[in-house]
Design a protein around this ligand. Structure first.
Ligand SMILES: [Fe+2]
Ligand SMILES: [Fe+2]
Length: 193
């Protein structure tokens, strides 16, 4: 059970009301990230302890919370976004990181902040801010985030097949991810199916 502060709880409630698609996406990504962390720990790719896994799960639930502070019409638009609208939507990482400020402290704050702020960064610098040194837990959540986005039906398209998604990930069509993480995710998804 993940304990939020009163403010973070109410932000999640608000997200459920205002944009339930993002809310349920966050729940699915959290579930997937939790499975990933258990597997990467087992394989020796990571060695997160229970506290750290809890913080990562909390940060995963909150990763898109900044979408509450961008114009809702951008989230529901059924055609592609204009450049200025895209810039606006991209602000959700900074706005989300700002929203968790003062709510958490120490390492927990660091983990949650990094997940909100950097989940769209890629190891080749191909993300929103061009940051390359991204903590492993952010990379794990990012690949789960992309998987869920491609796997789910969106207003503008149906969810893609597993085969297409993993082909896209391997061909770096959604930014660059670690090969070991792509492999790990593929195994997990096979287990779920
Ligand atoms: Fe996001
Ligand atoms: Fe997301």
């Amino acid at each position: 059970m993940i304990k939020m502060t009163e403010k973070l709880d109410s932000l999640m409630d608000e997200l459920k009301k205002v944009h339930s698609e993002t809310y349920y996406h966050s729940l699915r990504v959290k579930k997937l990230a939790h499975r990933m962390l258990r597997r990467t720990n087992r394989l020796g790719i990571t060695s997160y302890n229970d506290d750290e896994i809890g913080w990562i799960c909390k940060g995963t639930l909150l990763h898109d919370i900044g979408k509450l502070f961008v114009d809702n019409s951008l989230l529901t638009k059924d055609s592609s976004l204009q450049a200025n609208e895209m810039d606006n939507l991209r602000m959700h990482t900074r706005l989300g990181a700002e929203a968790v400020e003062g709510e958490l402290c120490g390492k927990e704050y660091e983990f949650v902040f990094n997940l909100c702020r950097y989940h769209h960064e890629r190891i080749d610098g191909g993300g929103y801010e061009g940051k390359k040194d991204i903590p492993m837990y952010v990379r794990i959540v990012s690949i789960c985030d992309v998987f869920d986005a491609l796997d789910s039906d969106r207003v503008y398209r149906k969810g893609l097949s597993r085969e297409t998604i993993f082909k896209m990930l391997r061909e770096n069509k959604c930014g660059h991810f670690d090969d070991a993480l792509i492999e790990c995710l593929e195994e997990i998804v096979k287990d779920i199916d």
